[in-house]
Design a protein around this ligand. Sequence first.
Ligand code: PMT
Length: 449
Amino acid sequence: MTNSVPPSSSGSSSTTGRSLAGKRILLIVGGGIAAYKALDLVRRLRERGARVRVVMTAAARQFVTELSFVSLSGERVFDDLFSPTDEGAMGHIELSRDADLLVVAPATAHLLARMARGFADDLATTLLLATDKRVLVAPAMNVRMWLHPATQRNVAALHADGVYFVGPAAGDMACGEFGPGRMSEPLDIVAAIETALQGDTRLPLPAGLHGRTPAPARSLAGRHVIVTSGPTHESIDPVRYLANRSSGKQGHAIAAAAAAAGARVTLIAGPVALADPPGVEVRHVETARDMLEACEAALPADIFVSAAAVADWRVDVSASKVKKQPSGAPPTLVLRENPDIVARIGARKEGRPTLVVGFAAETNDLIANARAKLERKRCDLMVANDVSVDSGVLGGEANEVHLVSARGVETWPRQDKSKVAAMLIERLAEQLRRRQGAAGEPPIAEERQ
Ligand code: PMT
């Protein structure tokens, strides 16, 4: 299937400007655990100036209360197809036609199936069938339900009918499984709403639609991803060097996840004791300056992920082994600042990757320091992690990361580094689709000014 990639409406969901002033959104809330996020969605839409009317399915009432939606939307909630008072005041046809956009969030497997078959057996499905407006759905369900051919057939049918999709995202699910099926975050849905309201271009097919391949298997097909990983070693003399405790586990896992998502991957690896990930082109380097050279040689790329613990300083190298002095005086090491690789890539006027992602390794003031690095190094995203000894992150198997961007901060639970990598890659693939699909959208560096 051919689908144009969506124009993001400028990432305006990152701000609380009144980007939706005067817009009327009819939000249909399905019955899933993600229904609680629909409350936040209402809040975000209202902040942006939209009028939000909420329709709840009977199942939605099992998860969230009508009162919450009434309080947040400032409007009564609709749910009854056969209400004589509602029909008198505003028929269900008017309810859907009075909106600029219908949004279904969360869209459960059952609701998608009813939509795909054209059912009209409750108010929600009747409105969806009666509307002449665009419909955007945010699926949310268990990963197996999402990957089931029946759901994928239904999604394909809806997509062919012109229904817009946002998500689902991949990640840990309430049911304890991992994979695609999680409802997109409210701000991502807001961005998709802005896009859907903007024009007639089609939002992309949800990830994982073709066949039973999970989303990560295709989401970066045709893309080039550069990842740096591991420490750098900075020689002091022919036998000694300065180093750090990075094992390369996080960076290598990101390279492997990008390859699994179909990308061509160049991994620039400092000295590590890990095997090269399969399907990845690996350049082994030793120093920060080698790493910079290898990164620049590997460009152009769509995504640059700087997970390496690059030494900030190098030493003026002695050509021969530094000897102890008979006087017992310690040798003097003169440190010089290394080039900042990610900052250089982020600041490129030409050939800047669409997404430049740094990692902030901190032992204190994690988020504040990460924010400062995001700006200073001109990254689109800074993944902050705590590298104090107690965290066990450096060299360990697990990581707890905080995604710091101009939009805000999102914290992921502590999990295996391969899960962090898979979720990060899926998130980057989603952002890339939005940015590269936005014809004429200015480069990120310009956007910031
Ligand atoms: O390798 P593991 O044992 O799995 O551990 C993973 C990790 C903790 C090393 C990784 O998750 C991580 O945090 N990597 C970044 C380490 C680091 O150098 O952080 P920093 O805060 O000092 O630097 C910020 C960013 O600038 C990083 O993206 C870094 O790659 C980059 N940088 C730093 C200095 C420099 N000269 N050039 C750079 O590109």
